[in-house]
Design a protein around this ligand. Structure first.
Ligand code: ADP
Length: 159
């Protein structure tokens, strides 16, 4: 069974990587799909994010990286995927994620959303937290893979 793991991944964190790794043990193939959303102002271009995720997942043979625009269910259908993989951290995620899962179900009945609970040491971790710390020069080495930390710091140094 093919699962799509859609998200912004701006940038990918150890929390995302944990979901990808665990998802890759459950599904035949996991497609990490970077959402191209022009209304959000991302730190990294979609191409750069694809490059970063590809690097971080190079040891996972059944993980593919791609990007998409528009509806996730349309993209999932195109890829013959039956599952949308999402991560749950805290109660506030739950409301948003459940609404999204229900909406997607009304659009495409045969696609299921599967949630993986965060590994507890990453339950506070989001791409936004990483950016908030890095812009003030704080330590992010425990939050993102090493190469990603370098990219994030160089972004803020160039500003
Ligand atoms: P989006 O903008 O679609 O929420 P994100 O890149 O923020 O994109 O997140 C993608 C998915 O990964 C979401 O389901 C989110 O809940 C999940 N996720 C993000 N951080 C973590 C984490 N630390 N642990 C588990 N799941 C996470």
């Amino acid at each position: 069974m093919i699962a799509i793991y859609p998200g912004s991944f701006d940038p990918i964190t150890l929390g995302h990587l944990d979901i990808i790794t665990r998802g890759s043990q459950l599904f035949e193939k996991v497609i990490v799909a970077v959402l191209s959303n022009p209304s959000k102002k991302p730190l990294f271009t979609v191409e750069k994010r694809i490059e970063q995720i590809t690097y971080c997942t190079k040891n996972l043979s059944n993980v593919e990286i791609d990007s998409f625009a528009g509806l996730t269910v349309t993209y999932a259908k195109l890829k013959s995927a039956k599952v949308l993989l999402r991560g749950l951290r805290v109660l506030s995620d739950f409301e948003k994620e459940l609404q999204m899962a229900h909406t997607n179900k009304t659009l495409q009945e045969d696609i299921e959303t599967v949630f993986l609970a965060t590994t507890k040491e990453y339950s506070f971790l989001s791409s936004s937290v990483v950016k908030e710390i890095a812009q003030f020069g704080g330590e992010i080495a425990h939050l993102v893979p090493k190469e990603i930390a370098e990219d994030v710091y160089s972004y803020y140094q160039k500003l």
